[in-house]
Design a protein around this ligand. Sequence first.
Ligand SMILES: Cc1ncc(COP(=O)(O)O)c(C=O)c1O
Length: 406
Amino acid sequence: MKTVRSDFEILKKTINNQPLTYLDTAATSQKPNQVLAAIQNYYLKDNANVHRGVYTLSEQATQAYEDARTKVGHFLNAPSARNIVFTRSTTESLNWLAQSFGPGQVEAGDEILLTYLEHHSNIVPWQVLAQKTGAKLKYVGLTEDGQVDLVDFADQLTTKTKIVSFAHVSNVLGTLAPVKKMVAMAHEVGARVIVDGAQAVAHLPVDVQDLDVDFYAFSGHKVYGPTGIGVLYGRTELLEAMEPAQYGGEMIEKVGLESSTFQPAPWKFEAGTPNIAGAIGLGAALDYMQELGLAQVSDYETDLMEETVTKLLAIPGLTLYGPQNGHDRYGVAAFNLAGVHPHDVATILDQEGVEVRAGHHCAQPLMAYLGLPATVRVSLGVYNNSADIDRLCAGLHQVREYFAND
Ligand SMILES: Cc1ncc(COP(=O)(O)O)c(C=O)c1O
């Protein structure tokens, strides 16, 4: 892990004449040279459209694109690459589920169960589905330290619950949902389970078969891959039964004047020219993660998170939200400094080259639940180290001094 930083060219950059200290990986990760090289190599050597030509270059591009699907399948331990649909992002994966899977799954009076931890992209699509179908949206509460409250979850699950959708890891509190337990409980009442893995895949190994989820979504750009490529994993029979969300070229089998037939899953979901370079870049990012070793990444980040939490809690006036220890958090720590607006904290840190997020983190219902208008959020990636955390804390001391003298 010590040599990882040299793979990320951008970390050599200075911001406001200070070394770049990037602590916003939860928003998007930086990209290693290996990913940039894979994308460049595709455009330099293999560029052609996929699934169309019978000529060699197109076959090579198709092979590279489908190899990327296989890599994603292995990464998630999916039964087959055919369980992997390429989308634009987690947001698109969840929207497609709400639009194409949802209507066949819920009707008036049925229930869709979310938790208070959700990102807007795992709330709004379900709100629209509920409004269109007359289904009811319900939210599971949290324990004191920001974990999904399993007692409340059990109480809220009924035979009317048809869809349960929740984040694997919270993008604000960094808490890990007990996915296996929740899936087993939801399946018991006949509900289908969708897991938003946007904040999980970069931090811990994910095995969709072991978790027994029905669908799993994530974004390439949060796992060291490029923007514009996302993943939707689905159980074979569910993907086969689900309608495409978009129609056009590539996804069809035969087109007549009045009607058409479609490719089998996953191709029936990928209308039009796909993000070929994005998929290849994502494949390279997953190779990169596998080379580092997911267990090593997870151990390294847990240690660094423990150090981060200890150092943050030593700062007077700092309130940390969620678990007060590092080992129950995955990649994320949200906090406030007494008497200072989070935007002011982030602006002053930026002067020191320390890049953190401030705001509601696309989780307004969670903020309301916690009674907070906003927080500062630091998030870790494989390239962060103790020096980054020391710069963060030195910056936070400066913020306190500045506001003490104000
Ligand atoms: C938990 C969670 N879900 C979904 C998303 C949406 O991801 P994207 O914007 O890549 O679609 C995010 C992004 O921050 C997230 O943290």
